[in-house]
Every structure is written in C-alpha cells, then in structure tokens.
Ligand binder design. Sequence first.
Ligand code: FDA
Length: 313
Amino acid sequence: MRERFLNHNVMINKIIANLLPYFPPRFVWLFSKKYIAGKTIDDAIKVSKELNAQGILTTVDLLGEFITNLNQANANKLEYLSIINRLEAEEIKGNYSLKPSFFGLLIDEEICYSHIRDIVALAAKSNNFVRIDMEDSSCVDKEIKLFRRLFSEFPGHVGLVIQAYLKRTHQDIMSMLDLQNHPSVINYRLCKGIYIEPKAIALKKHDEINKNYLDLLKTLFEHGIYVGIATHDKQLVNAAFKLIDELNMQPHQYEFQMLYGVTPELREAIVRKNHRMRVYVPFGKDWFGYSTRRLKENPNMATHIIKSLFVRG
Ligand code: FDA
C-alpha cells in the first residue's frame, strides 16, 4: 500500500517537474525562493550575513552553467571578479563556488582555464578559496585536469567536488594523491552527485551510493585530505560523526556542507555539536533555469513546491 502511494507520488512529481518550465516564473519563484538567496548580489550578501550570524560559513555561487558562446564566458568571469571584490569588502565569512561550463569548459578548455585562473588568483589575493563544482560525466576528466593545473599554482586556494555515485571516484582520488604534499592539503567536497548518469558508470541504488560515500570519506580522512561532507542525509551525517570519532579527526580537517534552504533542522543540530558548517548560497538572474533544471533532475523536489504553496513561510 505504502509502495503504491510512493509510486504515485513519484509519478506526480515527475509530471510537475516536466511541466514547470511552462509555468509563469512568478509561480516557480514561490518554490525557488526557499532555495535561492535572490536575484542580486545584495540578496546573496544579506543571506550570507544572516548565516554568518548563526556561526555558519558560506560558499556563494552565481547561477548559470553550460554557456553556448565565449562572450558569455568573459562576462561571467567579470561578474565573478566583482562578486569577490564585493564579498571581501563586506567581510563575509565564506568562499566561492563555480561551474566550469559557465566559463566555456565544453567550448574551449584553454579559455575556460584562463578565466577561472583569474578568479582563483583574485580569491587567493584575499587569502580565500574557490571550489570547482563537479558537473555531469562529460566534464569530469576536464575538471580534474583544470583542478590539477590550478592547484599546482594556487595550493590552498582551490578545491574540487567529487561524486560518490560515480564508480571511478575512488580511482580519481588515488590518481590525484601526488598533489597531497604538506602543507598544501587537497580539499574536496564529497557529495552524492546530482546528474542523471548511465548505469555503466554510476551507482544507482541509494544504499550502494551511501556505502560508497562512506568508503570514500574514510579513504579521504585516512589520507589527511580536507573534506567538505556535503549531504542532507541524516543516516550519512550520523555515520560521518562516527567515523570522525573513530579516526580522531580534528575540527580543522573537515566541515559539513548543505544547500541553502534544505534541511535547516539537521543543519542546526550539526552546528549545535560544534562542527564547522558551510552553506551553498546560489543567487542570480538565471534562477528560473536553475530551478527547473534541478527539478527535472530531482522530481521529488516538486513536493516542496506544493508545500511552499500551502504552508506559510
Ligand atoms: P539525499 O538525496 O538522499 O537526500 C537526503 C534528504 O535530504 C532527503 O530525504 C530530503 O529530506 C533532503 N533533501 C535533499 N535534497 C533536497 C532538496 N533539494 N530539497 C529538499 N530536501 C532535500 N552535486 C553535484 O553533482 N555536483 C556538485 O558540485 C554538487 N555540489 C553540492 C554542494 C553542496 C553544498 C551540497 C549539499 C550538494 C551538492 N551537490 C552537488 C548535490 C548532491 O550531489 C546531491 O544531489 C544532493 O545533496 C542530495 O543528496 P543528499 O546527500 O542530500 O542525499
């Protein structure tokens, strides 16, 4: 009976997610505003300050990905540079996240590298840090290459995301160990992975992904790699607490990370235990595209739209 109810739910969510791009943006915003800081840099600053006041660090992301011409790449670079200047001037306690496809990764790798290099150089000048988000599997090799190049020039100022659903990730960690050369510690964000990938290269079952997530987390800890434990999955958070205790990991060796607006109660519980927490704060005028794409990738989120229509606040 419960299974039939869940199947219905999944089907309805999929239908809503597919229809959403045709809905008026004002309607989609009702849902999106919970997960997006706003449309402008001022909105991102306001949200970052609120989170900082709760003892939470941020990583600010300008929304957008997969551009189609290189003029956009240059404009996006300039926008990121001005974001860094603004956030540093406002003394926000947080760093920056970006998606390489937003700078032309799939059009011209060299131009993409030079744009991201400018961004990392500016962040490094402020003794800050840029996280390279991991995109779909067509980008993984290219993003690893990009990270390697940037890390060798700006160790301590650039990090990468790795995805537990990809079967290759353990091998990727091993092949990048040569970068781990004290004091330049590698810094990864470990997440499950959000894109729809073929079965041949990606784990599909929740339990398999969670098991791999914990195996990878253990491997990272054992190699002294700094980890951003990015998940809202309570089961994984509890297992991570256990691993931190067992391996006697120190607070400067890891942090927890969550997306803005997702599972705030679990987030607060982690902060109350005095673990470092960072929240991913997306903002920008591309909020509509971002929301509808995320919904198609994860139709279960549609439930949250319906809730946001009926539940006040
Ligand atoms: P899971 O999907 O099992 O969710 C656990 C529980 O959390 C759910 O049952 C639900 O209650 C809640 N939940 C999760 N997502 C929710 C949502 N959107 N709305 C409401 N509730 C939600 N992926 C990627 O491929 N590349 C990347 O660079 C990043 N970057 C990134 C940064 C940060 C800080 C986070 C937290 C996540 C990412 N991700 C990502 C996304 C990640 O891969 C993954 O898809 C999501 O975090 C969901 O996976 P969970 O680990 O939360 O578990």
